[in-house]
Design a protein around this ligand. Sequence first.
Ligand code: ISJ
Length: 512
Amino acid sequence: MNRTSGDGQLPGTVDREGTGEADTNAGADAGADADIGTDAGSNSRSPPAPALTPSSLHSCSRELADVSFGAILDTDDEARIQWATPDGLEVVGRGVAARFTARGPDRFETVRKQAERTFAELDHDGPTVARPRAFGGLSFHDSHDGRDNRGRDTDTASNTPWSGFAAASFVVPRVLVTRCDETTWLTAVARDAETATERLHSWHDRLADFPAMRPSGSAPGVAATERTTSPAAWTDQVERALQRIETTALTKVVLAQSLSVSLEESIDVPATLERLRRQYPNCYRFLVDHDADASGTFFGTPPERLVSKRGDHVETEALAGSAPRGETPEADEEFADRLRDSEKVQHEHGLVADAIREQLTPLARKLTIDEQTVRRLATIQHLQTPIDATLDGDRHVLELVETLHPTPAVGGMPPEAAWETIRETETFDRGWYAAPIGWFDGDGDGEFAVGLRSGVATDETVTLFAGNGLVADSDPAAEWNEVQLKFRPILDELQPAGADGIEDITGDVHSQ
Ligand SMILES: C=C(O[C@@H]1C=C(C(=O)O)C=C[C@H]1O)C(=O)O
């Protein structure tokens, strides 16, 4: 939907092995986890990048005794990523063997082309599950360039936590540890086979001293919270959006808020994610901290799959319509019934499912829309419709990501009008919130979640993001309360059990 603005049509940057020589084939290997490349793509006035010639990427794997992923993320090596799916794949990565960055509306295609060149020369010695993958994400808006969504420079904008986040940024880590089906693999990636083998052995020796388990710690405690959007401002924003719904072609728009949390102690993001795993075992978990320029670590536990692609098989879903969990099974079922029976929620949900069907139909030779269900998470429940497709030909997962992002579950309908409403209404920078986050490989397969139930962490702050879909008849107070439910997954993990929660629009405090 977001094709209108943004000055950047520029190709981005490929940097292999972290030499810092963007847009060139990197020279000699700079040693394990040396400095990470610069992001030339972030300068809108830089000339187009020169044509790239392919360079090789070598990787090798060996099986590993189980090791704490948190401990691997804890070392002071450069660049770290974590990715875990509800169906059991878990990966952590350190260092940068190759980096792909881009900006502007063409960033999906630019990254894909950079990656195709690099992966074309990939030589992997190991099982498929442990193959090198590129991990990262993209900004929600096409125009993201280190400015906030109102076009102000980040220097003058009020505290965007997204400074230094590129509009698209992916890395193939130098070292990957992959757990799947109770087997753990170590993979090393380098520009030549000899370096990859050396790296594999040295990390294998290093990891032998790592613990198999690491304490998941305790909540850092919340000292203070600050909102981007007061209840009064929210009511005003919702009413203006409803007016657009009444008087223009807009039928749905998702408005969001951010909540900046000052902590009592430093946050340990991997430990926080580990605690979140216990509460939200059927959600994704991710952590992206791969750019030295970025002002924080983006992490979260999204429930929503944007798309997964393996060969010609594609899975996605419509996830929209939210209600709290009940205190008793009966109350819980009552909330679920209200979701199922509400004409407004069904309309809101139906817009999402219809849009996904329309977007995928031209790319698919078969499309199956499964039966609608209620997806129950620890603190919230949603209407969910699983959607499967068989592709009509060979496509890269980034093509599907570009087609689907943003679904009306996080943007709205029609896409252009929703995007404009979001830009003109929200007073904070969405950055990578509600945008695609995930991985792809050399075959163009991959999986992306929607970057929800997420936040950006620095040492003693976390900025959280949450939104809700508005349609005709939406009530500002009810929408406010649903947004607050979506802050809860991470907020609950930041404060000790029993601490006071956050106020709803009526001034009531929900205990966490
Ligand atoms: C926008 C968010 O969630 C999305 C919006 C939903 C809704 O409007 O009911 C439900 C699930 C998500 O697709 C969020 O978590 O911030």
